[in-house]
Ligand binder design. Sequence first.
Ligand SMILES: [Zn+2]
Length: 137
Amino acid sequence: MLAQVDEKTLAMNIALLIGGLVLLGAFFLFTVAAITAIKCALWIRRCRKAEREFLAKYRRADGRQYPPFMEGICTQCGKGNNKVYFTATGEELCPPCYERSWRSEARQGAGRAASRCPRSKGQRNDGRRLIVNPRRC
Ligand SMILES: [Zn+2]
């Protein structure tokens, strides 16, 4: 029976079969790589989202950590709250009062730092104009 098979046709069929398997393997590898890339992208996205949520929950808008808190009564507005922050100055502030407090302190601090910085006036001692990088002060 084998003697009746045309050798040229057999060789062509085997080549086609091997080529098809190679193409199938390449397609499989490409598919696996694409799925892995998509999963990695989704994972990175979820990590960033979780980090943003964590920072929003446990950090202030300027990136600093919130002070310790407990249930209590706010010293500024006098309302009882489930969450009262114990500040370094000894005050006990509810979240809205604390937000107002640290934001105004940050604004005053930035103003003080700017007035303290000798270069913030934009002038050198010799009167020439100076380009100031406010972060350096
Ligand atoms: Zn309050």
